[in-house]
Design a protein around this ligand. Structure first.
Ligand code: MF3
Ligand code: CO
Length: 252
């Protein structure tokens, strides 16, 4: 079932989204060579708790940590560990927080020190693919229009579009209906309505779109070990467009 959120629910989702955004900003200065992903996880846990929220990932289907840290060829769901970041790495940090029963979800990819031109290209165009998709959102539009726009943008920039993982509805559950794929045709999918809340999250690869699951049953990596990037915002559909709940414009 796709739910339409009331103003009260939206006010809670806005606060959850703010906490997620602020956690990203809090972590940013720490994303440097030498820090371990486990240290980033601990910083995020403490910060989210200090804001009166809980990290939605912790214990979600048994996920052992508070955030996902996906370095280089890891696409998503990297588990924070003793792995140290190195100059030239890229890291996608996926943060979900639950505030008074409502979730916010945003992933962002960051450079560690100086990165290659190819990695810069990947980060730039994966972020742009997200905004390209978001720009289509408005009540009355089919979800396929959003998905298609992301796919077309990625194709135009010769990036592989991961298909095994998709965006999702979000609310008092972290994952709700509908699925929000990063590919598809414009005449597919549900019609967006005012008050729907969705997480849009392109995962794009420098090489093949193929991915596989590691033995830890969480970590998803690219088939050719080339780098992957992930950008995600939680948004609410409005009559004329959309509002980002996990961005810096969520302050009025
Ligand atoms: N943002 C991630 C997603 O939408 C959340 C994963 S939480 C985890 O899939 F626990 F599964 F890692
Ligand atoms: Co998500």
């Amino acid at each position: 079932m796709i739910t339409i959120k009331s103003d009260y629910e939206l006010s809670l989702m806005k606060e959850a989204g703010r906490i997620v955004y602020d956690t990203h900003q809090y972590l940013k200065p720490y994303i440097k060579a030498g820090i371990t992903t486990e240290e980033l996880d601990k910083l995020a846990y403490d910060y989210i708790i200090s804001r009166g929220a809980t990290p939605s990932c912790l214990g979600y289907e048994g996920f052992p940590k508070s955030i996902c840290t996906s370095v280089n060829e890891v696409v998503v769901h990297g588990i924070p560990s003793k792995q140290k970041l190195k100059n030239g790495d890229i890291i996608a940090i996926d943060i979900c927080a639950c505030y008074k029963g409502y979730h916010g979800d945003s992933a962002w990819s960051y450079a560690v020190g100086d990165i290659s031109k190819e990695k810069e290209y990947l980060l730039e165009h994966t972020e742009k693919a997200l905004y390209e998709g978001l720009s289509k959102i408005k009540a009355g539009v089919k979800l396929g229009v959003v998905s298609h726009a992301i796919e077309e943008y990625a194709k135009k920039h010769k990036l592989g579009v991961v298909r095994e993982l998709v965006g999702h509805g979000i609310g008092n559950q972290l994952h709700e209906e509908p699925d929000v794929p990063n590919y598809g045709s414009e005449d597919e999918g549900v019609v967006l309505k005012e008050g729907m809340t969705i997480a849009v999250e392109p995962m794009l690869n420098l090489g093949t779109r193929k991915v596989y699951l590691l033995d830890d049953d969480w970590t998803i990596v690219t088939g050719d070990n080339k780098p992957s990037a992930h950008f995600e915002h939680t948004v609410v559909v409005t009559r004329d467009g959309y509002k980002i709940l996990t961005g810096d414009d969520n302050y009025e």
